[in-house]
Design a protein around this ligand. Structure first.
Ligand code: 5GP
Length: 200
């Protein structure tokens, strides 16, 4: 008997990266609501929780020592230092999701995205969410009102580097208007990955 290979049976690592202020978090939340076959990977980090963030929900909050021990023990599928803190994706969490035949949504930075593409070349699909331009990004960072001037400048410099790396991704979506960007994202999942949204 000839074995057919259905695209639907492939579980993907769907990586979404964007400079901070790029609108990535809201786009990811909407994808999770609409696509039943997508599960969010919860990362580990050494940055302290912000506001109402809880351990095990937004992140697993680790100490520097704990994080470095896990690096030594090769427990991360990827990790990186972002704005002075460690961030990483646990191999065990990825495996648990993939075992359930779910695709994994990873909201991670461009360094981590690069590592996953090397380690999982056929399963990893990277989408870069780009701001329309750097002026607009600066405006969004200022409007969000959570960053100091120093932090805004640091994020803008970082964004320039990330936008260069983002051009190597499988797809780039310009987040000019939220709804249009979301529809483009949704259509990439459907056409390139054969992931389908829940029927309303
Ligand atoms: P935040 O501290 O604002 O939640 O996240 C800061 C940056 O770290 C964001 O760009 C986010 O995508 C990235 N990030 C979050 N989790 C991970 C991870 O597991 N690995 C990597 N490489 N980056 C991550």
């Amino acid at each position: 008997m000839v074995k057919t290979h259905s695209l639907q049976s492939i579980a993907y690592l769907l990586v979404i990266s964007a400079p901070s202020g790029g609108g990535k978090t809201t786009l990811c939340q909407r994808l999770l609501q609409d696509f039943p076959n997508l599960t969010l990977s919860i990362s580990s980090t050494t940055r302290p929780p912000r506001g109402v963030e809880k351990n095990g929900i937004e992140y697993f909050f680790l100490t520097h020592d704990e994080f470095e021990k896990q690096i030594q023990a090769q427990q991360f599928a990827e990790w990186a230092v972002v704005y002075g803190n460690y961030y990483g994706t646990s191999k065990r969490i990825l495996e648990e999701i993939l075992e359930k035949q779910q695709s994994v949504l990873l909201d991670i930075d461009v360094q981590g995205a690069k590592q996953l593409k090397v380690n999982f070349p056929s399963q990893c699909y990277r989408i870069f969410i780009a701001p329309p331009n750097l002026l607009e990004l600066e405006k969004r960072l200022r409007n969000r009102g959570t960053d100091t001037e120093e932090s805004i400048q640091r994020r803008l410099n970082q964004a320039k580097l990330e936008m260069q790396e983002g051009m190597n991704f499988d797809s780039v979506v310009i987040n000019d208007r939220f709804e249009a960007a979301y529809q483009e994202l949704k259509s990439i999942l459907e056409t390139k990955l054969s992931l389908f949204p829940r029927q309303k």
